[in-house]
Design a protein around this ligand. Structure first.
Ligand SMILES: Cc1cc2nc3c(=O)[nH]c(=O)nc-3n(C[C@H](O)[C@H](O)[C@H](O)COP(=O)(O)O)c2cc1C
Length: 310
């Protein structure tokens, strides 16, 4: 998620769940080819398994970027066909590509040929007036034939004109049954459902007939919902860490990053949901919000020993 799931956020989430697959923000092919590649691609080895999400629609550029990402060690390459923002539409990528299934299939073919790691596509159930099930089946069928290893379906359509990106994440109704229908019609294709899933219980329910669940906003705002994922979904038998242990484990990372010049608030902003619902959480959040942006702010701001204990 743009501006949210940066490398600091992912490092933090990984302390809560070892096995959940984490996704980068969307990175455009243009940024990787012409921009500061190191800035966009670097990550901490602890983040594995981590998928890189690309935005683009030029098959050669996408293949080149997929290869780059594989060389950097990413575990999956995902193509964004779900973002409806104007900027993205102007660049001819994101959700508007649902109107160009042939082009998307070409892109998947090129990426698939370029790398060994899984190539996946994240998309909507439709856009604008192109929202019939037949069109969706045509789209998914072409992806599948192109060798797409899995699809992640945000179970609502997007309106490309008239709704903001935020509205497009809330207003079009969620239609989970469509994703289940896709699974019935494409039983061989791994299908991951996304949209409005807020608890691990809900995620586990979906896993009885789908292959995976992607959680976006809820995992960011209340990351503790991932705390039992390793045991309940991945069969890990390690005991779950406590919230405090997660925070303590983040401190050495934050110290290393501070020493490398990363400001504290670039990291601490992702931690704010950690103690959600716990006594003392509000005071802890307030302290971070008030102090983490100050020049020279250090890890002591994150501590919980000298104020109301969360
Ligand atoms: C701040 C923000 C940034 C997002 N950025 C991306 C993105 O870069 N790529 C993407 O595929 N989806 C992005 N999304 C959409 C989410 O991945 C997800 O599809 C959507 O929020 C619905 O799932 P949820 O209800 O679990 O959040 C973003 C969502 C938010 C709130």
């Amino acid at each position: 998620m743009l501006d949210w799931t940066d490398r600091h956020c992912r490092y933090f989430l990984r302390l809560i769940s070892r096995h959940t697959l984490l996704y980068t923000e969307m990175i455009t092919t243009g940024a990787l080819i012409h921009g500061d590649r190191e800035r966009f691609l670097r990550y901490d080895p602890a983040e594995h398994p981590v998928a890189l999400q690309l935005g683009g629609s030029d098959s050669e550029d996408l293949a080149r970027c997929a290869r780059m990402a594989e060389e950097w060690g990413y575990d999956e390459i995902n193509l964004n066909v779900g973002c409806p923002s104007d900027r993205v539409q102007n660049g001819r990528f994101g959700a508007c590509l649902m109107a160009e299934p042939v082009l998307v299939a070409e892109c998947v073919t090129a990426m698939r040929a370029a790398v060994r790691v899984p190539v996946t596509v994240k998309h909507r159930i439709g856009i604008d007036e192109r929202d019939s099930y037949a069109e969706l089946v045509d789209f998914v069928g072409r992806l599948s034939e192109a060798g797409c290893d899995a699809i992640i379906v945000h179970a609502r359509k997007a309106w490309l004109k008239g709704l903001s990106p935020k509205e497009n994440r809330d207003i079009p109704p969620l239609r989970y049954e469509i994703v289940r229908d896709l699974k019935r019609d494409f039983p061989q294709l791994p299908i991951v459902i996304n949209g409005g899933i807020e608890t691990l219980d809900a995620a586990v329910d979906f896993l009885s007939d789908l292959d995976g669940v992607m959680i976006g906003r809820a995992a960011y705002h209340n990351p503790w919902i991932l705390a039992e994922a390793d045991r309940r979904v991945f069969g890990d038998t390690h005991p779950a860490p406590t919230r405090r242990q997660v925070l303590e484990a983040f401190i050495p990372y934050a110290e290393r990053q501070l020493a490398a010049g990363v400001p504290l608030n670039a990291m601490s902003r992702h931690l704010l949901g950690l103690f959600q619902g716990q006594p003392g959480a509000r005071a802890w959040r307030r302290r971070i919000s008030e102090q983490a942006h100050r020049p020279g702010a250090g890890v002591e701001v994150l501590g919980f020993d000298n104020h109301a204990r969360p």
